[in-house]
Design a protein around this ligand. Structure first.
Ligand SMILES: C[S@@+](CC[C@H](N)C(=O)[O-])C[C@H]1O[C@@H](n2cnc3c(N)ncnc32)[C@H](O)[C@@H]1O
Length: 260
């Protein structure tokens, strides 16, 4: 997710952007210090998607995967009731350091996120989510474009939030990232993927990061070849009083299951 006023990021491919200089504290402060209305809406939809999936197909002890975790723990929290192991996969050494500390004892800013999840009984059934995340989380440094870093067909449930469109200005890399995420999942795996709509790049701390300007048809085109027919894509409006920044027009949330 984006962090400061709109800017005209120059064309940057994924390997050209300064990922190791990503400032985790600045990003967390701007995006996740408090629970925003748009994140609440996304979190509730993801919670209900995973809950409905596992009500029909009960499961436990699964392998979860969050690609490009950054400093966002709520995708992992949303997978927690069903997972024995959750891989938080991340390219930036700075974000890997932040994640390693955060999964040991996450901050109280995440408690309101957990409260939203607890509106469903599967989450309420976990009395100590901090201990559970500590046991389940595995932080892995890697590049999603590197075949050996992100194993194929290894995850039973997966998330990727604000990554595919927020790692490059190159549309082919956007498509490639969606494909790499999909291929990391096993057939039938439920997934949630969130996107910034029409983002033109973002600044975190003093650094500028690239984004690829995408809209709903791009999300559909990217995912539909990998997803079962019940794929849904929702638009999450910019909250009127507190846009994250100028230069984007909302968020998009894709919920589905990997094609069997
Ligand atoms: C806009 S941030 C999103 C972070 C987080 N998922 C969220 O929801 O806020 C993009 C993240 O993608 C990571 N990233 C960029 N290129 C990557 C790559 N090739 N492989 C894995 N992660 C990458 C960045 O380091 C950063 O943490």
């Amino acid at each position: 997710m984006d962090a400061t006023p709109a800017l005209d990021a120059r064309a940057l491919t994924n390997s050209q952007a300064p990922w190791d200089s990503f400032d985790p504290e600045a990003y967390l402060e701007h995006n996740y210090r408090t629970l925003r209305a748009d994140d609440r809406q996304i979190l509730a939809a993801v919670r209900d998607h995973f809950t409905a999936h596992f009500e029909q197909r009960p499961a436990a002890g699964l392998r979860g995967l969050d690609v490009g975790a950054g400093t966002n723990l709520y995708p992992s929290l949303a997978m927690l009731p069903w997972c024995e192991r959750i891989t938080l996969f991340e390219r930036s050494s700075a974000n890997v350091g932040w994640l390693e500390a955060a999964v040991r004892e996450y901050g109280t800013n995440w408690d309101p996120f957990w409260e939203v999840l607890c509106e469903q009984p599967a989450y309420r059934g976990l009395p100590d989510p901090r201990a559970r995340l500590r046991e389940a989380a595995e932080v892995v440094r890697g590049d999603l474009f590197a075949e050996l870093d992100l194993p194929e067909r290894a995850a039973d449930i997966g998330t990727m939030f604000f990554v595919a469109e927020s790692l490059s200005t190159d549309y082919d890399e956007y498509r490639g990232a969606v494909g790499r995420f999909a291929r990391a999942l096993r057939p039938g795996a439920p997934f949630a993927v969130a996107f910034m709509e029409n983002s033109t790049g973002y600044a975190v701390g003093g650094e500028t990061f690239p984004a690829c300007k995408i809209e709903q048809p791009d999300v559909l085109n990217g995912l539909q070849g990998y997803a079962e027919d019940d794929l849904t894509i929702s638009h999450i409006d910019v909250p009127g009083s507190s846009p994250l920044r100028d230069g984007y027009s909302g968020m998009l949330l894709a919920l589905g299951r990997l094609r069997g």
